[in-house]
Design a protein around this ligand. Structure first.
Ligand code: NAP
Length: 291
């Protein structure tokens, strides 16, 4: 019998790559978001807004598993939303949850807004897998809510403006993250596990600019963003002043300290394929930077 999976964030960088992988696995998808996705065989779009609990019942009714992406910018209330969505989920027959979190969150204090979301999932009574990726390659091509202008900056001004300095980051493809999530949602043996999808090579933002220069044939330069401009970008993306302050500090630290520059075998172990390199990604994403 085909199972039904609730996919939140279906238009997001991971969600829109996850849907075709699940369709290929014969899963029916409840695509739950504010922006409707197109209804097709095997895809059932429903309106869903984390900020509006009246939309929860239609989204969760009758699903066997859930892929959860809380809102784009972490806010203190997100853990309460997740707890409310998951109330009664175990009794209703939800057998599996995969949560998209952030690399390193397992070491965060329990009051951290994102760690609180993980704890809400862990205490739901439903078997779960937590996926904690590093920074996405697609932030440079698809748009990142906090730095919506990254692709635009490359396309129009030949520059990448981002915090991080010379910090090393193992950028990971959202395709690989989606592949890990698809396996964890549909195959046995992943309950209670946590995976940290990371790309295959730590790079500085200057090296990232070098890859993009090579595929565009233009000289792309890296410009370091300071904390104040990071905070302003978060405020513009809808974060509260406290969340913007907290996240700008964390974000600047995560990119400059090298904590996102770790390496592991999680993508290979879960999917059987090595992770996509930044060079491969840049070739496939070149259209995003064409003038
Ligand atoms: N980007 C990175 O480098 C990175 C690294 C590690 C972890 N992460 C984590 O990845 C997650 C984001 O995943 P993503 O990149 O796949 O998504 P994304 O591209 O940031 O898009 C966010 C998705 O969530 C939906 N959404 C936003 N607010 C919503 C709301 N109030 N109600 C319902 N849906 C809402 C959006 O759809 P609509 O706006 O159309 O409703 C969209 O589908 C975040 O939790 C982030 O912490 C990101």
């Amino acid at each position: 019998m085909s199972s039904t999976v609730l996919v939140t964030g279906p238009t997001g960088k991971v969600g829109r790559r996850l849907i075709p992988l699940l369709v290929r696995r014969g899963v029916t998808i409840r695509a739950a978001g504010r922006t409707p996705v197109q209804a097709r065989t095997g895809i059932d779009p429903v309106r869903f807004d984390w900020a509006d609990e009246s939309t929860y019942e239609t989204a969760r009714k009758g699903v066997d598993a859930m892929y959860l992406v809380p809102g784009a910018v972490p806010q203190p209330e997100h853990a309460d939303h997740v707890r409310a969505l998951l109330a009664g989920a175990s009794d209703a027959g939800v057998g599996r949850i995969v949560l998209l979190s952030v690399y390193g969150l397992d070491h965060a204090p329990s009051e951290d807004p994102l760690r609180r979301i993980e704890l809400a999932v862990e205490s739901s009574g439903v078997p779960y897998t937590i996926v904690r990726p590093g920074a996405f390659m697609q932030n440079f091509s698809d748009g990142l809510r906090w730095f919506e202008s990254l692709a635009e900056g490359i396309r129009e001004r030949d520059e990448i403006v981002h915090p991080g300095g010379d910090g090393l980051v193992s950028y990971v493809s959202a395709e690989d993250i989606a592949a890990v999530v698809a396996v964890a949602l549909t195959e046995d043996g992943h309950d209670g596990r946590a995976y940290a999808p990371l790309g295959p090579e730590p790079l500085t933002l200057t090296q990232v600019a070098g890859h993009i220069s090579w595929v565009t044939g233009r000289r792309i330069r890296y410009v370091e963003a300071d904390r104040a401009s990071t905070r302003d970008a978060l405020l513009a993306a809808g974060a509260s002043p406290a969340a913007a302050e907290h996240n700008s500090e964390l974000h600047s630290y995560a990119f400059s300290s090298g904590m996102f520059g770790a390496l592991n075998d999680d993508i290979l172990t879960v999917t059987g394929r090595p992770p996509v390199s930044f060079g491969e990604f840049a070739v496939s994403a070149a259209g995003a930077w064409r003038r």
